[in-house]
Design a protein around this ligand. Structure first.
Ligand code: PMP
Length: 358
């Protein structure tokens, strides 16, 4: 391609200035940087998927309404299938929400530090981002929520519970209060809710402007498949169906999602194991020169004290241990985030960190 062609074909000015989403994918022994499940799906799952895929009529478009999958998710959460929207990962759910409710002249509200994709997706869709700050211990500050909401009148307000990367879960009363004070839709991103003590799913109602998003990427051990969903009012799902691409969810993924839902017991067992392991990892981190934040998710945010966070990240990588480097993110100076892995992976991480901090 010549430079002249590149000069003629310009992206949107705001896109040209964007940095994109960066989470390094490097080949290491211990990968604890993207909050995936440390173990593959349970025994029997792959056979069930293979059998289901064998039945797929490959020459036909998939079921556009993903009827079977939505019915199973609805049954899992005791809601109506018309209250369920499914997509390629919860990120696509968030993007579809923003396409329907955001856009030029509208704003989303986020409370930093939080999941970077909430504001990134807003920007890619030409939606303004109104930023508020979390308070002490990264708890949501309702006065700050009121300030942002009064100033920006956001079409979408995001909560992330448990919050990535801090691990903080929002109390029910706070979510209800935010729901009642926002002028538009409240999106509660619950990518990690299975690790937390409560879920805002209990607040979903056709009369409430609140949706909950979930993913198969974490507890379901299915990050490779890209499957996520939303539970919310029927009238929200109807709008999302208008803007998403036709047949967006392929038949293989629909079959894999249905198969996964036969393994709820195995998934819950893994969650309780990871919660136990999280406790062990947190205790071990507290014995090191680190500030550690309590987590209700499958990761822990910590700040090595007296050492440069970025340097510690590199030193861990040099020992083939990859964690998330948050050290240059606003309000997270010097912080790293580690995913709870298998006992063996966590031990290798702790050994490497002890060496690095010695
Ligand atoms: N929300 C949060 C808070 C996340 O941390 C992630 C994954 N990093 C997602 C959504 C996206 O998950 P998915 O793989 O379903 O797109």
């Amino acid at each position: 391609m010549t430079a002249a062609a590149r000069d003629r074909v310009r992206p949107r000015a705001d896109v040209a200035l964007m940095a994109g989403y960066h989470s390094p994918q490097v080949d290491v022994d211990v990968r604890l940087n993207t909050n995936e499940s440390p173990v593959p799906p349970p025994d029997g799952f792959l056979d069930a998927v293979a059998a289901a895929v064998g039945q797929v009529p490959w020459h036909r478009y998939p079921d556009r309404g993903a009827t079977a999958l939505r019915a199973r998710i609805a049954a899992l959460h005791d809601v109506d299938p018309a209250q369920v929207f499914v997509a390629n990962g919860s990120n696509e759910v968030l993007q579809t929400l923003t396409l329907a409710y955001g856009g030029p002249g509208r704003a989303v509200a986020v409370f930093e530090p939080t999941y970077a994709l909430h504001s990134h997706i807003a920007r890619t869709t030409g939606t303004d981002v109104a930023e508020g700050e979390r308070g002490e211990g990264f708890a949501l500050d309702l006065a700050e929520v009121r300030r942002v909401v009064d100033e920006a009148a956001p079409a979408i307000t995001y909560l992330c519970s448990p919050n990535n990367p801090t691990g903080v879960v929002e109390p029910p009363a706070v979510v209800e209060e935010v729901r009642d004070l926002v002028p538009g839709l409240l999106v509660v991103d619950e990518a990690y809710a299975q690790f937390a003590p409560w879920s805002a799913l209990s607040l979903v109602d056709d009369d409430a402007p609140l949706v909950v998003t979930r993913t198969f990427s974490k507890t379901w051990s299915m990050a490779a498949a890209r499957l996520g969903y939303l539970v919310g009012p029927t009238w929200v799902v109807e709008e999302l169906e208008k803007v998403v691409l036709p047949y967006h969810l392929d038949a293989l993924k629909q079959a894999a999602g249905v198969a996964a839902l036969d393994f709820v017991g195995a998934m819950e067992e893994r969650v309780s194991h990871l919660v136990e392991e999280r406790g062990r990892l947190e205790t071990a981190l507290r014995d090191l020169p680190c500030e550690v934040w309590p987590s209700s998710a499958n990761f822990i945010l910590f700040r090595p004290t007296g050492s440069d966070g970025g340097r510690v990240w590199q030193d861990l990588l040099d020992r083939s241990v990859l964690v998330r480097d948050c050290s240059s993110w606003p309000r997270l100076e010097g912080c790293l985030r580690v995913t709870v892995g298998t006992r063996d992976e966590d031990d290798r991480f702790l050994t490497a960190l002890r060496e690095v901090l010695a």
